[in-house]
Design a protein around this ligand. Structure first.
Ligand code: C2E
Ligand code: CA
Ligand code: CA
Length: 797
């Protein structure tokens, strides 16, 4: 029956693909059958068993017969063979039954072995005492990529190994041959030369005589696992290298922050502690956190578990070497299937460099680059903070008087130097703790916290103004004074805008009051608010075409013929209607916009004159007012020249009116600009003559073509004899110097008569004509004629 088992397996061995489907029962049967057929004596020696059975039957028959012969007297002779055969049959039946039982047991053992083999995923080899493969399992052959077990039969198993693996194989083999179960791991190639890693166990096969005559070697193909493990190791190495080099610390924390599952090598560069320290003492990094930053860090940590969403925390640590570093940690909860926080993963990063950059950027953003003081943005931030604190404080607006003029004359470099030195002077004059900022240009602001007492604040303002004057005397370089406006929180406003506006308005009030002084903001400052609004609206006025020129005729006193017109600017404010130049010209001067606006005036006046001249008023001239600031800008010469060319007008048709003070602001500069203008051929008139320096000396210096006697003299002509002689003196003197004279502000006929008598060359005033829009000046000579008639009638009456 064992034989039939063997042949059965042989018939099915070739079917199936072991490498794909795993070993089939039949294949293992083959190995097992081979083993059994080679090893099991009892299985192949079943004939002797049958012989034994036969002998036993025969022996039983013979013995029975003999015994019956002895007992012939008892048993009849003819019955003896029959009884012997019956005993033989009984013995045969017993032996057969036992043999059958043995075969059944052997079958079961084989089946069990087969099942065990089916479960096996190893390359099974039966090695002889010399290390040759007697047989390899079918599955093993597939693992070895052999065409079948026969291909490897007889090959030297020890020869498959090389180097250290060969030594290990030898040791394992000899150990097993000495009766021990051994194992080793090594690499050997398959028949097609592909290296595989094997874990081999060697089990000795006892020869039944106390010795070993062979070995079962079970080798597990570990190649995939090894590759996987190697890949994992490589990835882990790569990860830890990366983690160590990116300067980030990756971590996985237990949900209650009591222990780390993982912390990357980057922890050393971030916290200055190695991973081991963290593992041993998970709270070690918390000990590094600055105490003042700890509460917010802990609350961020608490929020992760509570809100189950990622949190970021920025905090400082002090490393063991004393270095304070900025750390940013991000923690995200990992939830389990029940939605509970299973662990917290995240990254910590040393962002000190970035933080330093931010601080530096912040510093730059809030510092005035010229003086190193706080800038406008810093002041705004500080005011907002102080407003929030709701504690009283004072805001002072400090505006240098006429600095723009200085800026133009000194040049920017010297002016910048001056600003720096002035900022130091102001700063030194302030009480300790005062916050000084430069708002730009010549504007400074001071914030004095905790102070609302006007007396104290006035002292501080006086101190600053005094320091400027003192420094000024020491320098002896022109006059630098300042005007200060002071607003107090909360009296003058509870927010930044109102406080700034109030201080600004107060500052303008100080300027209006004659500069070099201070003013407190007060509730009754509607007029100043208007100024403030105007100043705010002025820059856009030109572009919005809100300026307009009106013209006032200048007459020959006797014929009252209109000889020329004075261009007078008007501002048509969208809300406030016509605004007088007396209000906005000083603001234009202060802000520097006068240059632009002045150029527009020049162009528009000459355009209008050219139109009138083309319309018949052939000998008409125009007077244009030029302010001190304009005169200081050498570009005025170009402006005038190009406007004249543009409108094709002879230069002599244009008269520029300059005030005494404009000329005296910087006499030498004024003189050179005047010289250039005169060269062009335009006429120069001294406006408001008699109100300023009242020195006739500079008449000779500047050699104007004309003087315009200020209307304050004309107003007093009739009441005051002295004034009459002054006026006639000016006229005579001017004539002597070759200059003509215009009397302005003529409002009464008596004044006109006086001026006629004094031989004044021209007259101008409401009596004769008011400044009007150009379209209302139609028929210039006719208008003069009408005035003449009006004047003559009362005289003749
Ligand atoms: P100003 O140059 O002395 O101009 C004469 C001012 O006296 C004008 O005032 C005019 O309307 C006024 N006026 C004329 N006749 C009489 C009169 O009989 N009685 C009285 N009480 N006033 C009279 P306005 O137009 O308000 O100009 C004021 C000042 O504004 C001017 O004084 C001038 O200095 C300045 N201004 C006007 N237009 C310009 C301009 O285009 N550029 C510059 N830089 N300044 C200008
Ligand atoms: Ca004038
Ligand atoms: Ca005037």
């Amino acid at each position: 029956m064992s034989l039939s088992l063997n042949s059965e397996s042989c018939s099915t061995v070739a079917s199936g693909d072991a490498s794909r489907q795993g070993p089939t029962t039949a294949q293992n049967q083959e190995f097992l059958a081979f083993f059994l057929s080679a090893r099991s004596d009892r299985a192949t020696l079943s004939w002797p068993i049958l012989l034994q059975i036969g002998l036993a039957v025969w022996g039983a028959c013979v013995l029975t017969y003999v015994a019956l012969g002895v007992m012939l007297s008892v048993v009849p002779r003819g019955v003896a063979p029959g009884i012997s055969v019956a005993v033989g049959v009984a013995v045969f039946a017993i032996c057969l039954r036992r043999a059958r039982r043995d075969v059944t047991r052997a079958n079961r053992t084989t089946a069990l072995s087969r099942a065990l083999l089916d479960a096996n995923r190893e390359c099974l080899k039966w090695l002889d005492a010399d290390g040759r493969m007697v047989r390899i399992s079918e599955y093993g052959a597939r693992l070895m990529e052999a065409s079948g077990p026969e291909q490897l039969a007889g090959s030297n198993w020890l020869g498959f190994w090389s180097n250290e693996d060969a030594i290990a194989a030898h040791n394992a083999f000899h150990g097993a041959m000495n009766g021990a179960r051994t194992a080793f791991k090594g690499s050997c190639a398959t028949t097609s030369g592909i290296p595989k890693v094997w874990h081999s166990r060697l089990i000795p096969i006892e020869d039944g005589k106390g010795g070993v005559d062979g070995i079962i070697c079970a080798s597990m193909d570990m190649t995939q696992e090894e590759e996987l493990a190697a890949a994992l190791r490589a990835r882990e190495t790569l990860m830890s290298e990366m983690e160590a080099h990116v300067g980030l610390c990756f971590y996985s924390y237990s949900a209650d922050f009591t222990g780390f599952h993982h912390i990357s090598a980057g922890c050393a560069s971030v916290f200055g502690l190695d991973a081991q320290t963290f593992r041993e003492s998970p709270q070690a990094w918390m000990d590094l956190v600055l105490p003042e930053d700890l509460p917010q860090l802990k609350s961020a940590m608490g929020r992760i578990s509570e809100s189950k969403i990622s949190q970021k925390a920025l905090y400082r640590i002090r490393r063991s070497n004393g270095d304070v570093r900025w750390i940013q940690s991000t923690g995200s909860p990992v939830l389990d299937s029940a939605g509970n926080v299973a662990r917290i993963v995240g990254i910590s990063e040393d962002i000190t460099a970035e933080q330093d950059r931010l601080v530096e950027l912040d510093r730059l953003a809030f510092t005035d680059s010229l003086t190193g003081l706080a800038n406008r943005a810093a002041l705004m931030r500080r005011i907002d903070e102080d407003c929030r604190k709701k504690a009283p404080f004072a805001l002072m607006f400090v505006d240098l008087d006429r600095f723009k003029v200085l800026n133009d004359t000194l040049g920017h470099t010297a002016a910048d130097r001056l600003l720096r030195s002035l900022s130091r002077i102001i700063s030194a004059a302030l009480p300790p703790g005062a916050f000084l900022a430069r708002l730009g240009g010549d504007e400074f602001a001071v914030l004095i916290e905790g102070e609302r007492d006007k007396e104290r604040l006035a002292d501080i303002a006086r101190g600053a103004l005094g320091a400027l004057v003192q420094a000024d005397q020491a320098r002896r370089a022109g006059t630098i004074t300042a005007s200060i406006g002071i607003s107090v929180f909360p009296d003058n406003g509870a927010n930044r805008e109102t406080l700034l506006t109030s201080a600004d308005i107060a500052m303008y009030a100080a300027k209006k009051a004659g500069r070099n002084g201070y003013r407190f903001a007060d509730k009754d400052s509607s007029e100043r608010i208007v100024d403030f609004e105007l100043e705010r609206d002025l820059p856009a006025a030109l572009a919005r075409k809100q300026f307009q020129l009106h013209y006032q005729a200048i007459h020959e006193p006797r014929t009252l013929e209109v000889r020329s017109v004075e261009a007078l600017i008007r501002w048509r404010h969208p809300k406030r209607g016509l605004v007088s130049p007396g209000v906005f010209i000083p603001i234009l001067e202060e802000s520097g916009f006068i240059t632009e606006v002045g150029a527009w005036v020049m162009d528009d006046a000459l355009r209008q004159l050219s139109q009138w001249r083309r319309g018949g008023a052939r000998s008409l001239g125009v007077s244009v007012n030029v302010s001190a600031r304009q005169l200081r800008d050498a570009a005025i010469v170009d402006v005038v020249d190009s406007a004249l060319r543009r409108h094709a007008l002879p230069p002599s048709t244009l008269q520029l009116e300059l005030t005494e003070s404009a000329l005296m602001d910087d006499p030498s500069l004024a003189q050179s600009t005047l010289g250039a203008l005169k060269k062009l051929g335009v006429r120069i008139a001294i406006d408001d003559f008699g109100t300023g320096y009242s020195s006739l000396r500079y008449l000779a210096d500047f050699a104007p073509d004309c003087v315009k006697i200020d209307r304050s003299f004309i107003a007093r002509l009739e009441q005051d004899k002295a004034t009459r002689s002054i006026v006639s003196g000016i006229i005579q003197m001017s004539h002597t110097l070759g200059m003509s004279v215009i009397a302005e502000g003529v409002e009464e006929t008596a004044q006109l008569e006086s001026l006629r008598r004094a031989e004044c060359d021209f007259v101008q005033g409401f009596l004769l004509s008011r400044p009007v829009a150009p379209e209302d000046m139609s028929g210039l000579s006719i208008a003069a004629q009408a005035v003449d008639d009006r004047l003559r009638s009362p005289a003749s009456a």
